[in-house]
Design a protein around this ligand. Structure first.
Ligand code: CAA
Length: 687
C-alpha cells in the first residue's frame, strides 16, 4: 500500500510511501482519501498528521500521469484537499526531504506545516510549463503575500526550510518533524485549530495594484514567449483582487490551459531527457564511481577559477595550479569576485562563502598534487600546451586519479595518448561562466573506462550540473552544431540580412541572444583565431566577414563596436559594420535581397537539426534528448520549445529536409540532408 495509517495516541498519522519520490499517484490519492475518512469517522482520533516515508514528503503529482495527457482519475488532488479542509479535525504536515508541487500544495492545505531544517519546499510547476492547480498559488499568496509568491512561484525555486519559515509558508522547523507535528496536532485539537491558509486574508488586503503591472513590466524580457509564468502572475493577482471562490476557479482554469499547451509537453520532454541523459550507454549501475575527496584544477583563467568555485561549493577541497604566483593571485582575485557577487545576490551567506574560499588553495608545483582524485585541465585551447599539462599530471598524480580536460573541441584520445593511463582520461566540458551555466558535457575517449565515465557523471550531480555524455569528435555535440549556425548567420548577412534582423529572429524565437550579438560578446578576434585553426571541406567556404571584423579592430563589446555599437552596455545599430558587410557582398558578386524572417529561422535552426541527426547516427550522442539537453543548458535554446531535436519534430522534419536540399548546392555536400534525418522524417520519431 502506498499509504500507511497508524495512531499515536489520539493523533492519526498518514504516511505516503511511494518510492522513489512519493509522487501523488492515483493509489496514493485513494489512500489519502481513505485515511482522511477513517480519521473523520473515528471518535478516538482528535487530529491528523500527514507525512512521507523514506525521508521525503511527496515531490508532486506523478509526472507520468500528467504526461499521459488524460484527465486525472478521481479522487484528484483538489478533492483530497477539500476533504482535509472539511474534516473538522486539525491536520498538520510533517515534512522531511522535499515537498514540491502537488506535495507542497497538500501541505499548504493543512492547518500547520512542520519541517526538518534541511528540507526544501516549493512549487516548481513552472519548470514543467504548468501552474499549481490545486490552490498552490492561492494559499501561498495568503500565507506569504503576493510579492514573495510572484518571486517564488514564477521561478519554481525550491526554498530552503529557513527561508520558507521566514516567508510564513512553514510554521516551525524541527530536528524530528514527525513527533513535533504530532504534538502540534494534539495542541491544535485542544486549543482549537488556527485558520486554514485558504481562509486567511491579512496578506492580500490593501495590496497595491501597481505591484502586478510593475512585476509584469520588469519580467517582460525574462518570460517573453512563455505561458506559465504569466498565468502564475494572473492567478496571484486574482488571489488579491477577486473573491475567494472566483480566484481559486481562475487558478484551475489557468492550470488546465497550461496543461494543454505545447510548452508543457516540451518541458516535460526536457525533464525526461535530463534524467535519461544521466544514464551512460554500456555502463550499468554496478559500476561504482571513484570517490572524489580532493580535486585539482589546472589554469586559473575564467573557466578554471569558475570550476574551482564549483568544487569548493560542493565541499570538495581543491588545489588550483597556475604557472606563477602572479597568475595564481589573479585567479584568486577572480574567485573572490565570484563570491562577492554570490553574496550580493544572497545565494550564500558570508559564513558559507568564507568556508568555501578556505577549501581553495593555490600552487605552482605539480608535485603538490599527490593527494588528488581528479584533476581538471582548463588551460588555453592549445593542443601542445594541453599535452604538456597532461604529461605533468600523469607524472605527479596518484595512480588511481582521473585526468580530465575542459577542452571544448580538441581530441580527447590524443591527450590520453601522452599519459600512461588512457583509461582514466575523459573530457569534462564546462560552459562559461562555469559556476552559473548548468551543462557539463562530458566526453568519452576511445579508452575511457566505465568507472571513469561513471565518476564524471556522478561528479556532475555533486557539482549541481546537468550532465550529458558525448562521444569524441571535433566540437563534441554542442560546438560541432554551433559551427553550422555561425557559418549560416554570416551567409545570411552576405545575402542581404542585417545583424539586427538575424539576431532579432533568433531572440524572438526565445534564445537570450542572437548569433552575432554572441560573437560580439565572445570577441570577433577570438572567433577568428578559432576559425584559423579549422579546415573546411574543399567545397565549402568561410564568409570573410568575421576576418574583416577582426582585422579592422571591430572586436565586439570589448572594443565598443563589432556587429553592433555599444554605449553604456547597450547595443545599437552599427552603420560601419553594415558598410563592411555590404562591401563583402559586392566583392563576392552577391546581389543583396530582402530576406524574410521565416527564411532566417529555417536557415539557422534546420542545419542544427540536420547536424544533430548525424551526431546521433555516429553515436556521438546516445539519444536525441541528449542533444536537446546540451542545446538548452549550454547554448540558450528555449527549454519551452524542447531543444532542437524535439523542435525539429514539431516543426516537421520534411521542412528541415527541404531547407538542407536548398542549401547543399551553395554550401557544400556536407549540408545535404542526413540519412538519419530522412529516416526520422519517415518514422516521425528519432528513436
Ligand atoms: N513523478 C514521477 N516520477 C518522478 C517525479 C514525479 N513528480 N519526480 C521525480 N521522479 C522520478 C524521476 O523521473 C527519476 O526516475 P528514474 O530514476 O527512473 O530516472 C526518479 O524519480 C528520481 O528523480 P531524480 O533523478 O530527479 O532524483 P533527484 O534526487 O535528483 O531529485 C527531485 C529529486 C528533487 C524530487 C526531482 O526529481 C524533482 O525535482 N522532481 C520533480 C518535482 C516536480 O516538478 N514536481 C511538480 C510536479 S507537477 C505537480 O505536482 C502539479 C500538479 O499537481 C499537477
Amino acid at each position: 500500500m502506498p499509504t500507511h495509517y497508524f495512531c499515536d495516541g489520539d493523533v492519526a498519522v498518514l504516511s505516503i510511501d511511494n518510492p522513489p519520490v512519493n509522487a501523488l499517484s492515483l493509489e496514493v490519492r485513494r489512500g489519502l482519501m481513505e485515511g482522511l475518512n477513517r480519521a473523520a469517522g473515528d471518535a478516538a482520533v482528535r487530529a491528523l498528521v500527514i507525512t512521507g516515508a523514506n525521508g521525503s514528503f511527496p515531490a508532486g503529482a506523478d509526472i507520468r500521469e500528467i504526461a499521459s495527457g488524460a484527465a486525472f482519475e478521481p479522487p484528484i488532488l483538489l478533492e483530497v484537499i477539500a476533504r482535509i479542509e472539511s474534516l473538522g479535525k486539525p491536520v498538520v504536515a510533517a515534512i522531511e526531504g522535499v515537498a514540491l508541487g502537488g506535495g507542497f500544495e497538500l501541505a499548504l492545505a493543512c492547518h500547520a506545516r512542520i519541517a526538518a531544517s534541511g528540507a526544501r519546499v516549493g512549487l516548481p510547476e513552472v519548470k514543467l510549463g504548468l501552474i499549481p492547480g490545486a490552490g498552490g498559488t492561492q494559499r501561498f499568496t495568503r500565507l506569504a503575500g503576493p510579492q514573495a509568491a510572484l518571486e517564488v512561484i514564477s521561478t519554481g525555486e525550491a526554498l530552503a526550510a529557513a527561508r520558507a519559515r521566514a516567508l510564513g509558508v512553514l510554521d516551525a522547523l524541527a530536528d524530528a518533524p514527525l513527533p513535533e507535528a504530532v504534538a502540534w496536532a494534539r495542541r491544535l485539537a485542544k486549543e482549537g485549530p488556527v485558520p486554514l491558509a485558504s481562509e486567511r486574508e491579512e496578506k492580500i488586503t490593501a495590496v497595491d495594484p501597481q505591484l502586478f503591472s510593475a512585476w509584469r513590466a520588469a519580467h517582460a524580457r525574462k518570460f517573453k514567449g512563455q505561458l506559465a509564468p504569466w498565468r502564475i502572475a494572473d492567478a496571484i493577482e486574482a488571489a488579491c483582487t477577486r473573491g475567494r471562490a472566483e480566484a481559486f476557479a481562475l487558478e484551475r482554469q489557468y492550470y488546465l490551459e497550461c496543461r494543454e499547451s505545447p510548452q508543457r509537453k516540451a518541458l516535460m520532454h526536457v525533464f525526461d531527457a535530463e534524467r535519461a541523459a544521466r544514464k551512460i550507454e554500456g555502463v550499468g549501475p554496478q559500476v561504482t564511481p571513484l570517490p572524489i575527496r580532493r580535486a585539482a584544477v589546472v589554469g586559473g583563467g575564467t573557466m578554471g577559477a569558475g570550476i574551482a568555485v564549483l568544487f569548493a561549493n560542493a565541499d570538495i577541497p581543491v588545489t588550483l595550479l597556475d604557472v606563477s604566483t602572479a597568475a595564481l593571485e589573479a585567479a584568486m582575485e577572480r574567485i573572490r569576485s565570484v563570491y562577492a557577487q554570490t553574496l550580493e545576490r544572497g545565494r550564500l551567506s558570508r559564513v558559507q562563502a568564507d568556508a568555501a574560499l578556505r577549501r581553495i588553495c593555490g600552487t605552482t608545483d605539480y608535485a603538490s598534487l599527490g593527494q588528488v582524485d581528479i584533476a581538471i585541465e582548463a588551460v588555453f585551447e592549445d593542443p601542445a600546451l594541453k599535452r604538456a599539462v597532461f604529461e605533468q599530471l600523469d607524472r605527479h598524480l596518484p595512480a588511481h586519479a582521473i585526468l580530465a580536460t575542459n577542452t571544448s573541441t580538441l581530441d580527447i584520445d590524443s591527450l590520453a595518448q601522452v599519459t600512461g593511463r588512457p583509461q582514466q582520461v575523459v573530457g569534462t566540458h564546462f560552459f562559461s561562466p562555469a559556476h552559473v551555466m548548468k551543462l557539463m558535457e562530458n566526453v568519452r575517449g576511445t579508452a575511457s573506462a566505465p568507472q571513469t565515465l561513471a565518476t564524471v557523471m556522478a561528479l556532475a550531480k555533486r557539482l549541481g550540473k546537468i550532465p550529458v555524455m558525448a562521444g569524441n569528435c571535433d566540437g563534441f555535440i554542442g560546438n560541432r552544431m554551433l559551427l553550422y549556425y555561425g557559418v549560416e548567420a554570416e551567409r545570411l548577412l552576405e545575402e542581404g540580412a542585417t545583424p539586427e534582423q538575424v539576431d532579432g529572429v533568433i531572440e524572438a524565437f526565445g534564445f537570450a541572444m542572437g548569433p552575432l550579438a554572441m560573437r560580439d560578446l565572445a570577441g570577433n578576434d577570438v572567433g577568428w583565431a578559432i576559425r584559423r585553426n579549422r579546415t573546411l571541406p574543399p567545397d565549402e567556404r568561410w564568409s570573410p566577414i568575421l576576418q574583416r571584423m577582426a582585422e579592422e579592430g571591430r572586436l565586439g563589446r570589448k572594443s565598443d563596436q563589432g556587429f553592433y555599437r555599444y554605449e553604456g552596455g547597450k547595443r545599437h545599430q552599427n552603420p560601419e559594420a553594415l558598410a563592411l558587410i555590404e562591401s563583402v557582398s559586392r566583392a563576392l558578386g552577391i546581389e543583396r535581397r530582402a530576406i524574410s524572417d521565416a527564411e532566417i529561422l529555417a536557415r539557422l535552426l534546420h542545419p542544427l537539426v540536420n547536424e544533430g541527426a548525424k551526431i546521433l547516427a555516429e553515436g556521438i550522442a546516445s539519444r536525441a534528448g541528449d542533444i536537446d539537453v546540451v542545446y538548452i543548458h549550454g547554448y540558450g535554446f528555449p527549454a519551452y520549445k524542447g531543444g532542437p531535436m524535439y523542435w525539429g519534430l514539431q516543426e516537421g522534419l520534411e521542412k528541415v529536409i527541404a531547407t538542407m536540399a536548398r542549401l547543399a548546392p551553395s554550401h557544400g555536400a556536407r549540408w545535404a540532408a542526413a540519412p538519419r534525418l530522412v529516416a526520422a522524417a519517415a518514422r516521425g520519431t528519432w528513436d
